[in-house]
Design a protein around this ligand. Sequence first.
Ligand SMILES: O=C(CO)[C@H](O)[C@H](O)COP(=O)(O)O
Ligand SMILES: [Co+2]
Length: 217
Amino acid sequence: MKIAPSVLTADFTNLKNEIDSISDADLIHIDIMDGNFVPNISFGPAITKQISKVSNKNLDVHLMVLDPLNWIDEFSLENVEYITVHFESNNFLEALTKIRKNGKKVGLTIKPETSVSLISKYLKDVDLVLIMSVKPGFGGQKFIPESLNKVKELVDLREKNNYKYVIEIDGGINGETAPLVKKAGVDIAVVGSYLFNKKERNKEMEKLRWKSLFFQI
Ligand SMILES: O=C(CO)[C@H](O)[C@H](O)COP(=O)(O)O
Ligand SMILES: [Co+2]
């Protein structure tokens, strides 16, 4: 299971050191919130560009915005690997097409109250499916256990139909929930507050990976 730290709870007055402290990350997760789609505002393209400058990692952009189509060009930076939009946002299908046209990997995500069956017809065309395991908008919330069933559903659908997407989970991942999501079949776990509240983040990511393996045996 890959680990994608979310910099949402990083210390932005110390950004370069915060990014350096997660040098073993597989990807860096970028949470973009517009204060409309979710009741919070995070940061935008300018800060994302700064992050991409001080990091040699690929970025995984999670757009929690009402109109993703307006933002995809701004976030199609060189080291952005995935751009993920919400099924619940405006014109999400056009947004997926635009991400593909810009040469980026295409991600689709659903809120905790949205079922996998609603996105089943789009699964053949996406590179990543993100299951939100908290209500989008804030870091530091508690993991919603029902998310594990959605992950299992996606694993089954992928196997049955020979789909190619990776499964990502976002929200409330810690030492206890990491083994559970790994066991359910998650490929990439986003970890925010749990990681940034620790001092030795690379070591902590290693522990999360190790624990996950241990529980898989
Ligand atoms: O998309 C998000 C919130 O909307 C964040 O990526 C997520 O909450 C990560 O933070 P934490 O690990 O603290 O839950
Ligand atoms: Co996120």
